[in-house]
Design a protein around this ligand. Structure first.
Ligand SMILES: Cc1ncc(COP(=O)(O)O)c(C=O)c1O
Length: 368
């Protein structure tokens, strides 16, 4: 179910035209009920330790299905930052192969963590966000290649498969930050990269504090993180302090107590996406994006996004003022880098797109 068939499950649409899933997905009845279930269990049973572990495994399996991975190749994380830090803690940046290649579209956390590795001998190379630019710098000196799936700044969909091909050709590891697309566009870890990270705040319809890292089959045995914790142990129930004994699976990247309330919410959010089906969401969103871009053309607006996914960035002479002006008209958007961000998801409709266009016509003077 997409569009008007699912919309009533998201109360925000009673009063707002919500086109800001790139910041946070809308709250559904299912996610609210999941939080209530967590609180009810706490009231009724106190600590539900074993149940928490089971919930964590349910989330792991749900993320795995979404990304075409095996649950044994998925780690539960609290943020993409924690996931990327855990991953790089398993890499060495010594000797000849010490380079990290990132694009100018990476989310700050990826760029900053890459530069933090300079303290461990890494050298960071930043390129324009296209496969040709990556091809010009990836070589035998490259340890890690990072590419966002969709730019949070421009909405551009990166050709991660082509970039992954380049990384593989030169024996480098490829990291894909899928946060801005997973849930709205298909992303399969087998073709996208060696490691895919993302979280539940945006197109997976849940709240902050839950993220994941999916690895391609066979990779986990090669990676031993030094960022760790008791949930990464071979047997979390052992409570041993004698040695570091990383789990044989991607659970070795789990760290402390799982983010239990967020897991309840995350399982519900991913459940809604799975029920609707990512291909159906992709098709629905594509239609809405075409309608938006067509309408913007008629208005004389400039779209900064190509190739396009669910996030359309529109040039503005004063993006914060435009976000505020649209907000006055009950249209919820966001901005980055002089661009207005309009993001469309399963619950949006043609009426939403028309309302955005009407509000933009009203504030045409703020379009660049
Ligand atoms: C592409 C991308 N990566 C990562 C993040 C956030 O990462 P974290 O979970 O560490 O806050 C965002 C949030 O806006 C994002 O858009």
């Amino acid at each position: 179910m997409v569009g008007s068939a699912i919309r009533e499950r998201f109360p925000v649409f009673r009063d707002k035209v919500y086109v800001n899933s790139c910041s946070q997905g809308a709250l559904s009845d299912a996610v609210r009920a999941a939080y209530e279930e967590y609180l009810d269990g706490w009231d009724e049973n106190g600590a539900e330790w074993e149940h928490w572990v089971e919930r964590s495994e349910t989330a792991r399996a749900a993320f795995a299905r979404l990304l075409g991975a095996s649950p044994d190749d998925v780690a539960i994380q609290t943020s993409v930052s924690a996931a990327v830090s855990g991953l790089v803690s398993a890499l060495q940046f010594r000797g000849e192969r010490n380079r990290i290649v990132i694009s100018e579209n990476e989310f700050p956390t990826v760029g900053q963590i890459a530069h933090a590795q300079e303290l461990r001998g890494a050298e960071v190379v930043q390129v324009e966000p296209d496969p040709e630019a990556y091809a010009a710098v990836i070589d035998e000196r490259t340890a890690l290649v990072a590419s966002t799936f969709i730019s949070y700044r421009t909405g551009a969909v990166h050709d991660v498969e082509a970039i992954y091909g380049l990384a593989r050709e030169h024996g480098a590891l490829m990291l894909v930050d899928g946060y801005q697309g997973i849930g709205a566009l298909p992303l399969d870890v087998a073709t996208a990269g060696d490691v895919v990270v993302g979280g539940t705040v945006k197109y997976l319809l849940a709240s902050a504090g839950l993220a994941f890292m999916a690895l391609r089959p066979g990779l986990v045995e090669e990676l031993v993180p030094v960022q760790t914790g008791w949930f990464a142990d071979e047997n979390v129930f052992d409570m041993q302090i004698e040695r570091y004994r990383p789990h044989r699976s991607a659970r070795r990247f789990d760290a402390g107590t799982p983010p239990v309330p967020n897991i309840y919410a995350g399982v519900a959010g991913v459940g809604l996406i799975a029920e609707a089906g990512v291909p159906a969401i992709q098709q629905h969103v594509r239609g809405l994006v075409e309608r938006l871009v067509g309408g913007l053309d008629e208005l004389g607006g400039t779209v900064a996004t190509l190739p396009r996914g669910p996030l359309v960035c529109i040039r503005s002479t004063d993006a914060p003022a435009l976000v505020a002006a649209l907000g006055e008209d009950d249209v919820v958007t966001s901005e980055r880098d002089s661009n207005l961000r309009v993001s469309l998801h399963l619950y949006n409709t043609e009426d939403d797109v028309d309302a955005v266009l009407a509000a933009l016509a009203h504030h045409r003077e703020l379009l660049a």
